[in-house]
Design a protein around this ligand. Structure first.
Ligand SMILES: Cc1cc2nc3c(=O)[nH]c(=O)nc-3n(C[C@H](O)[C@H](O)[C@H](O)COP(=O)(O)OP(=O)(O)OC[C@H]3O[C@@H](n4cnc5c(N)ncnc54)[C@H](O)[C@@H]3O)c2cc1C
Length: 438
């Protein structure tokens, strides 16, 4: 169905998390019309830390240098470029100030390891998005395609219905857009409990230094051990240490009700619960966990490994970021790979919006190109993130004897994520579009 009377493409972005916001700035740069529909009353993110890996930084820059600048304005270089893996279990000594966690191997990021607080990044990036492009308090219920106009119809919980030419579901792990595309039944694509749970928090850097000494508090460290691991990232810019303590969990997580709130991913826990999970670990890990607040939350880590979507696009509706391919956080790459999605989408939508006319076929072909470009790589991240958790927790090897092999495996996986050729991804996208959109 051609839409010759239309002046310009109208894009609806559902969800203003890191993926939706980055996409919005990328569309502004390319003069593509869009509206963000966000269920919250304002853009908000947690105060916990986030790492953006080098591939993510390159995608941010290509989206719009202001996206990258939003990160670098608030990012801290954590420990030069080194990320060391240590044995947090068989540690030698009893005093965490002097005890020694054996060094196993290290990852090296040439550009340095950069991290920030999530809320600081979001505060920066939203400054580039005009108010008139955003509608808050809009909780999407469903999306369908109108058989007559060929356009998408978005229905919100408050009863409002709006139309758009293209809908991008950036609505996270429990995506309503995904539900509308593929259903919500027990055999539909969805995020499931990965049997990994986490306790995380930010503690004042001084407190960490008092407990662990200056050296351990200044480095990005992965403290590995059987069944659990702890990541520590010092954020000197905000005088804090970000701690993520993860445990592999044999139990099931309480199931969600269809209409329940996403907070069910997070359940209240006690510090005792966290410390109990690490009783057999060395003094450094025990000291780190004891630094977490008395009242603490435990986070269920869900991913889409076992029930993936078959494609990211159907007709004029598509998925990006966690809604498409939620992964466990073990590569520190979920938000970063969402930046790559946003870049491909921004390029695809820019090509569409420059056309003098567009119809359902052209839109669906263009979004199919997006899906084809992004599917394999982002599904790999879902799989590899799970696998790295097994490696971090010494699952199926005599870790100490196979340490070199494990190290090589983790290094190779990390470089596959970081060294991705972002320019080639854009070139491939544009070439595929040229062939398909005759
Ligand atoms: C413990 C942990 C640590 C992590 N660490 C890192 C890291 O260091 N680096 C990294 O790259 N990644 C990391 N990740 C992954 C990263 O957090 C996610 O990949 C990223 O936040 C996904 O962003 P998103 O915008 O796609 O989704 P979200 O951040 O979930 O945003 C979705 C948005 O959509 C809105 N929304 C939801 N439903 C609706 C609806 N029905 N209607 C309207 N709006 C809606 C929400 O309010 C929200 O604003 C980590 C994940 C976890 C769990």
């Amino acid at each position: 169905m051609t839409r010759p009377d239309k002046k310009s493409l109208e894009v609806a972005i559902v969800g203003g998390g890191t993926t939706g916001l980055a996409l919005a700035v990328g569309l502004l740069k390319r003069n593509v019309n869009f509206t963000i529909y966000e269920r919250a009353e304002k853009f908000e993110e947690l105060g916990v830390g986030i790492i953006f890996t080098p591939n993510a930084e390159r995608a941010m820059e290509a989206l719009d240098p202001r996206v990258l600048q939003s990160f670098t304005n608030v990012a801290t270089h954590a420990s030069g470029g080194t990320f060391s893996f240590v044995d947090g279990f068989g540690e030698r000594g009893e005093d965490p100030q002097s005890s020694v966690e054996d060094f196993l191997f290290e990852l090296h990021v040439e550009e340095g390891y950069k991290a920030c607080r999530r809320c600081d990044f979001v505060d920066q990036v939203v400054q580039h998005i005009p108010e008139e492009n955003v509608r808050f308090g809009k909780w999407l219920e469903s999306v369908e395609t109108d058989d007559n106009s060929g356009r998408a119809i978005l229905t919100f919980q408050d009863g409002e219905r709006v139309e758009a030419d293209v809908v991008i579901g950036c609505d996270g792990i429990r995506s309503r857009v995904r539900g509308s595309m593929f259903g919500t039944g027990p055999s539909s694509p969805r995020a499931q409990y990965s049997h990994q749970l986490g306790f995380r928090g930010m503690v004042p850097l001084e407190k960490a230094i008092t407990a662990l000494g200056p050296e351990k508090s200044a480095s990005v460290l992965m403290h590995t051990g059987p069944g659990a691991f702890v990541l520590t990232v010092p954020l000197a810019g905000v005088n804090a240490m970000h701690i993520e303590a993860f445990v592999l969990d044999k139990n099931e997580w309480p199931e969600f009700k269809a209409d329940s709130d996403s907070k069910r991913y997070v359940l209240p826990a006690t510090l005792d619960e966290a410390t109990d999970a690490y009783t057999d670990f060395g003094p450094t890990v025990r000291a780190l966990v004891s630094l977490l607040p008395e009242k603490i939350d435990k986070w269920a880590v869900f991913d889409m490994l076992d029930a993936p979507v078959p494609t990211y696009a159907r007709s004029c509706v598509c998925l990006a970021g966690d809604s498409a391919h939620a992964s466990t956080p073990n590569h520190g790459g979920g938000a970063g790979i969402g930046m790559e999605d946003a870049l491909v989408l921004a390029e695809v939508l820019a090509v569409l919006s420059r056309r003098s006319s567009f119809d359902d076929f052209v839109i669906s072909e263009a979004l199919a190109v997006y899906s084809e470009v992004r599917y394999e790589r982002s599904q790999w991240l879902v799989q590899s993130s799970r696998r790295t958790a097994e490696l971090f927790t010494w699952k199926d090897r005599e870790y100490r004897t196979d340490v070199e092999e494990v190290g090589q495996d983790i290094i190779a996986r990390s470089h596959k994520l970081w060294d991705y050729d972002i320019d080639a991804m854009v070139t491939d996208t544009l070439q595929m579009l040229e062939k398909r959109l005759v």
